[in-house]
Design a protein around this ligand. Structure first.
Ligand SMILES: *[C@@H]1O[C@H](CO)[C@@H](O)[C@H](O)[C@H]1NC(C)=O
Length: 436
């Protein structure tokens, strides 16, 4: 009797394990999915999530004169220079992240962020600009997670539809190695993309309807959004993979620009972010500080001898703090075209490989028209064009960590079926034992 019971519990455990293991958070274009995404954000000012049991009003109920606070006061010990440009032992800054979903057809969203980190950073000379008393914000709005068949560019005639198609090594290098490829004009019309700047000298913030850049902004220094490909769930902007001279910002194939003698590599901090040149904090690859972890409290450069992993290999460092239950398909950001950016792991807890993604670093999720981008350990790390894109066998010349040629296509479906057939096999075995 005990034997039978034991044999019966093994497949049940396997089943439970499977269910937990493959429970990915893949989002579609519904209002509910939009709110589900909103709940993943470290919002300081998210209002409609509460209709779905959300907990995203951490700062909204702190009254401040006639207004609500809406921002978080972040405190960090020892980041070098504070956001107000002074050197202090402890820095304090206002972080602001707003997100809202709007019901309709299509469902639309709007985010507003000052891109100030919800974690420590490190900079000796170029801190992200911010203040303890006021904030400004970049804002993006559009249709949420437009399905490929709803795109303006989509047509039924092509057997396979590509929004971006690159067919020569030259074209591939031009796109993949460009710093400012993410011009808003290239985003599909149906995504209804719009961007704005919120500026102020006093709270509450005023609103500029015209462009990302506003002459009134004193803290936000990014003059265009052409390098911005999306925003991480903690409100930090995500840049294209390349620094301004057209080389991989972390693994440039040419380290020094021979004309300017400037480094083509950015100098990341412990969270792999930087505010260099634009005084706007941002990431170029998956950050160990996107999810909650101890990494968020380290105010250090990446090249500190006390933390050898970061200086030896930023890729290993970036995923070192990911917990096993987070090693699954989960959104870690939203792209400027309204699509999801998923984390570096697939539903089997493995890192995405070259064959999993197209030229834009995106892929379809399950059958149909649901497309999204993923974080990869290789260039272009997040997004290199607005997808869907074709698949090629080129490697980008600007990177020593380029996405490798895909020679063997390993379909997720194959993995999936082998997984379930093992489970099924074990269940049948147990059932046979049981009936004996
Ligand atoms: C980084 O990870 C890879 C793969 O796990 C490993 O082979 C390599 O030695 C690691 N590098 C460092 C510096 O730890």
């Amino acid at each position: 009797m005990t034997n039978i019971h034991m044999l019966f519990t093994i497949p049940i455990l396997v089943l439970l394990f499977n269910v937990k293991y493959v429970s990915a958070q893949i989002l579609w274009d519904s209002y509910q999915n939009c709110v589900q995404f909103e709940r993943l954000l470290d919002c300081t000012d998210c209002r409609d999530a509460k209709d779905w049991g959300g907990v995203q009003l951490p700062y909204d109920d702190i009254p401040l004169d006639d207004y609500f606070q809406d921002y978080e006061l972040v405190v960090c010990k020892g980041p070098g220079m504070c956001p107000d440009g002074t050197v202090k032992n402890v820095c304090t800054w206002q972080r602001y992240l707003f997100f809202n979903c709007f019901e309709g057809s299509p469902v639309t969203y709007r985010w507003e962020t000052n891109s100030m980190p919800n974690h420590c950073y490190f900079s000796k000379t170029e801190p992200p600009l911010g203040s303890e008393t006021k904030f400004e914000a970049y804002s993006v709005s559009g249709a949420f997670n437009v399905q490929v068949n709803n795109m303006f560019a989509y047509n039924l005639v092509d057997p396979v539809f590509y929004h971006t198609k690159l067919e020569t090594q030259d074209d591939y290098d031009k796109q993949l190695c460009k710093s400012k490829w993410a011009e808003t004009t290239l985003i599909d019309m149906k995504t209804q993309y719009e961007e704005k700047v919120y500026y102020s000298f006093e709270y509450p913030i005023a609103f500029s309807d015209y462009s990302w850049d506003s002459s009134e902004t004193t803290m936000l220094q990014l003059k265009s959004s052409d390098q911005v490909v999306g925003m991480a769930i903690n409100g930090v902007l995500i840049f294209s993979a390349n620094s301004i001279n057209g080389y991989d910002a972390l693994f440039p194939s040419q380290l020094i620009n021979p004309i300017t003698s400037q480094s083509n590599r950015i100098t990341p901090d412990f969270c792999l972010g930087t505010a260099e040149s634009y005084k706007t904090y941002r990431y170029y690859m998956f950050s160990p500080c996107i999810y909650d972890s101890i990494a968020k409290t380290y105010a250090s450069s990446c090249t500190n001898d006390r933390y050898p992993l970061c200086s030896q290999d930023v890729r290993n460092h970036s995923i070192y703090y990911v917990k096993s239950e987070q090693k699954n398909i989960n959104p870690i950001g939203i792209a400027k075209d309204g699509r999801m950016i998923y984390g570096p792991y697939n539903s089997y807890g493995q890192l995405w490989q070259a064959c999993d993604v197209d030229i834009c670093n995106g892929r379809y999720f399950s059958k149909g028209y649901n497309y999204g981008y993923v974080a990869t350990m290789f260039h272009p790390y997040f997004i290199s064009c607005w997808g869907p894109g074709n698949k090629v066998t080129f490697e980008a010349k600007c990177s020593t960590n380029a996405r490798k040629k895909c020679t063997l296509y390993t379909s997720e479906a194959v993995l999936h079926y082998s997984f379930w057939s093992i489970t099924l096999g074990l269940s049948i075995l147990a059932l046979l034992q049981f009936t004996y």
